[in-house]
Design a binder for this molecule. Structure first.
Ligand SMILES: Nc1ncnc2c1ncn2[C@@H]1O[C@H](COP(=O)(O)OP(=O)(O)O)[C@@H](O)[C@H]1O
Ligand SMILES: [Mg+2]
Length: 307
């Protein structure tokens, strides 16, 4: 049996201020945030669903309730690079913790062990990770519902859950997919306070068997003008940048005939830091340097272009 350190990055207890701030700064993801909050609430405190049924459906023990509870607690975050998949996956537990008044433990699978000599152990690694989660989940369950919620994030899962039909796939990779599916199935209807989030840049390559099990698949996209305005406005706050400059930056960073628009991370991790480096150490960040940089920096290519 693998040890905890082989399987997961260090487990993080949420809420935690840095991640809460990161969660609050994510723009345009309110639907996903809202949905995750509800799902987690019902997993952690199944009584709530019974109370809701009592109030609105005369307490009927309906087929619909069983169908709901029997789903696998798997959420797929798919879509463009730099659109907040990892940032949301690793921070939404803060919101849950606050909403539910319970600690949330964030488990992140160490996929990095792949390719470092441990490839042959992929299957048992994933199997062990789910076994471990179920143990923790069982410990968290009390007579009155959960006292802890577990969020299990499998980030950059492209290689792991690529379609089993993909030609170049090695036997060991297929075994990884199967182990993941078995793990997810073992959580379906188990009544444990565990949410599994799988992040991938390539939704088209995802194994159909994985997609079919997902309780929801969320597609993350590049920010529209209003969202770029919100991200840039928040990121440049306090630097004395003019409102008309902000409007021009929103325009410059949008899609044009020959190229796509900027990703959210192009704005937060490239444009704004570049403006700081430009100004440092001799002067302040200026409207002009921001405009020049926005016109010069190429946005990240769309993921499929890289493949
Ligand atoms: N929707 C968003 N709103 C605000 N900032 C974002 C958003 N998406 C991404 N970012 C910024 O880009 C950074 C990288 O995003 P990340 O979650 O790693 O992207 P992905 O995992 O989708 O490739 C985030 O830490 C954040 O600073
Ligand atoms: Mg990511």
């Amino acid at each position: 049996m693998s040890t905890l350190d082989d399987l997961f990055h260090p487990v993080i207890e949420l809420p935690e201020p840095v991640r809460q701030a990161r969660y609050d700064r994510l723009v345009g993801l309110d639907d996903v945030k809202h949905r995750l909050r509800k799902e987690a609430m019902l997993l952690a405190t199944p009584d709530r669903l019974a109370r809701w049924a009592a109030e609105h459906h005369a307490g009927a023990d309906t087929a619909a309730l069983s169908l709901f509870a029997d789903r696998a607690p798997l959420f797929v975050f798919a879509g463009d690079v730099g659109s907040g998949k990892s940032a949301l996956a690793e921070s939404f537990g803060c919101d849950l913790a606050v909403q539910l008044g319970l600690p949330v433990h964030l488990y992140r699978l160490r996929l990095s062990t792949r390719g470092s000599g441990l490839v042959g152990e992929m299957t048992s690694l994933i199997g062990d990770a789910f076994t471990r989660l179920r143990e923790e989940g069982n410990l968290a369950m009390t007579r009155h519902g959960a006292d802890t919620v577990l969020v299990f994030v499998v980030d950059e899962a492209d290689a792991l859950v690529q379609s089993r039909e993909a030609q170049q796939m090695h036997h060991e990779d297929r075994a990884g997919v199967d182990a993941f599916l078995a793990g997810v199935d073992s959580l379906a209807g188990a009544g444990l306070p565990i949410l599994v989030v799988l992040c991938t840049n390539r939704v088209s390559a995802l194994d159909p068997a994985v997609m079919r099990r997902a309780a929801a698949t969320f597609t993350f996209t590049r920010p529209d003008a209003q969202q770029r305005h919100a991200i840039l406005g928040a990121g440049l706050l306090g630097l004395g940048i003019r409102e008309d400059t902000l409007a021009k930056l929103v325009e410059l960073t949008g899609p044009h005939s020959s190229r796509p628009g900027f990703t959210s991370s192009d704005l937060t991790q490239r444009l704004i830091p570049a403006a700081i480096l430009d100004a440092f150490p001799t002067g302040p960040v200026t409207d002009d340097s921001l405009l020049t940089l926005a016109a010069e920096l190429p946005p990240s290519p769309v993921f499929s272009e890289l493949a």
